[in-house]
Write a protein that binds this ligand. Sequence first.
Ligand code: CTP
Length: 404
Amino acid sequence: MQTLTNKRVLLGVTGGIAAYKSAELVRRLQDQGADVRVVMTRAAAEFITPLTLQALSQNPVHTELLDSETESAMGHIELARWADLVLVAPATADFMARLVAGRGDDLLTTLCLAAECPLAVAPAMNQAMWANPSTQQNCTSLADRGIHLFGPGAGLQACGETGLGRMLDIEEIVIQTAGLFTSGVLAGRRVLITAGPTREAIDPVRFITNHSSGKQGYALATAAIEAGASVTIVSGPTHLDPPDRANCVFVTSTNEMHNAVQEAVLDVDIFIGVAAVADYRPVSVSEQKIKKSAAPSNKGITLELVENPDIIATVANSEPKPFTIGFAAETENIMEYARQKLVAKNLDMIIANDVGDDDIGFNSDQNRTTILWPDRTEALPMMSKSALASRIIELIAETVEKDD
Ligand code: CTP
């Protein structure tokens, strides 16, 4: 299971011989699901080229504080805001001294000053430099300020001496990095969510749709991301900003949603169908706007509809089947219809809600639902769509764990 899914690690590299190991560190952090950006000091660039770390991290490497081009792209404040963790590995004695002094004379120290996220340093230096009282005092100051110290380790050093001061093994740095984050209940799981309405064209200016706002689906995506999952949303048209860190696929019609889901579902563990999918579409879409004059006088017109694919039923009957959760939007006989859908569509869980009630329906920020499993039900009190999303994610995680 990946331990750093969705985490943004800003890796600072300073000028010691251990800088060559930072290339491996980028890779191992990515293996654990982290998004890695690299900032190097000028001295670090004497030991390993920015190009190497750029190619590995797949992001531009930042080196200069006063560079108008990089500042306009992603300056020190943006970098500091972007990061969930600033990890400096290797951290030289000089860098630690500058960090203690609160200097801001290069990009890395400046962004450390600006960063409000946790900060960790992995010292790497000669054993005598490590043992020096100044360095030891600096370490104590950093620890007192809540800065995490990873290592150093002991052993043979590049200078030929033996003792404390080697940078910790990369594997150990990755483990300690992951240990700084409490892993969520869906850590490492891959989740696919459909959200919003779908829209079926009648002619170039008209369509059939429904009142779904997409709020519940987007809230679930955000809750799943916060719980450590990597999330893809296949979304119909909404007015919402997509959740940060979700992979989004935007579609319009049911057939487009069906195709996007078929493609994305291949490597997911959990599928949540929140979309209010249009069950029918016009048999044919008129190429031109349908004119009122086309109808025989006083007769009205008839729109012939054909059934759309059932997206969630296709997913729930595929092999291998992801853990599949549906939503039942009903206006009457809510529990009865929800249970019928749970069984008929081969779902593992279904969330029933009353969309006939304006206070908790499609466009409301509140929702009151009952959750059904094949063998039990649980009624949840009225709550905001985001609180409900967190509760649903907890219940999904508990059920998935039991099934594992
Ligand atoms: N759903 C789907 N594809 C469809 C219709 C529905 O994936 N073509 C999913 C919805 O995303 C939801 C669940 O099926 O998770 C139930 O949707 P709902 O509209 O309540 O049920 P329908 O099957 O459309 O039945 P009815 O309209 O008769 O209530």
